[in-house]
Design a protein. Structure first.
Length: 188
């Protein structure tokens, strides 16, 4: 491991298990900059070091430890907004797409064309798909909610099975929430 002072470490990461398998959260001093999944810890570490050269495992008492733990726990509750700050690294266009993705409510889906229209670039459907594929912070930026115009599930950077699992989890939660809300209104 390269020698660095604790103040010189720009990116730190934590690998843990979640319902989607091996999960990696990475943080800069500004917030979570990566939340990713893979079948192996090695794949995740290779990806974070490629994206953020010099990234190191988080020291136990590092200020970002709370964010990292919150990010890994967030995987189990994708319908909740993130409780940690984000530090998104991408082009202006990508960041514009990622902001639009964050406006798609849990339990709902949107198409790549819907997002292209939402950002004022109706002919940029393929570019929107590319920005979804480049999203480094899964779930917090919910690219899993984006499908083809006909509603079919399309690719997902971390695997279609993970995307299906997230959509099913959100659908179950929003159905339960709606049922609870109806019951509450009826008993008033």
């Amino acid at each position: 491991m390269p020698s660095t002072s604790k103040h010189a470490i720009p990116f730190v990461y934590l690998v843990g298990n979640s319902l989607l398998g091996q999960t990696l959260a990475a943080a800069s001093p500004k917030g979570i900059c990566m939340l990713a999944f893979a079948d192996s810890r090695g794949e995740l570490i290779k990806d974070v070091v490629r994206r953020f050269p010099g990234a190191v495992p988080v020291p136990t008492r590092h200020p970002s430890m709370t964010w990292l733990r919150q990010a890994v726990r967030h995987v189990a509750t994708p319908w909740e907004g993130p409780s940690f700050p984000l530090d998104m690294h991408g082009t202006d266009f990508q960041r514009k797409v990622w902001r639009a993705l964050r406006r798609v409510p849990a339990g709902r889906k949107a198409s790549y064309q819907d997002i292209a229209h939402a950002i004022g670039a109706p002919k940029a459907t393929r570019a929107v798909a590319g920005a979804c594929g480049a999203n480094p912070v899964s779930i917090a930026v919910p690219c899993h909610r984006i499908v083809h115009r006909d509603g079919s599930i399309s690719g997902y950077r971390w695997g279609v099975k993970r995307k299906q699992k997230l959509l099913a989890l959100e659908a179950t939660h929003t159905t339960k929430s709606a049922r609870t809300a109806r019951t509450t209104r009826m008993t008033r």
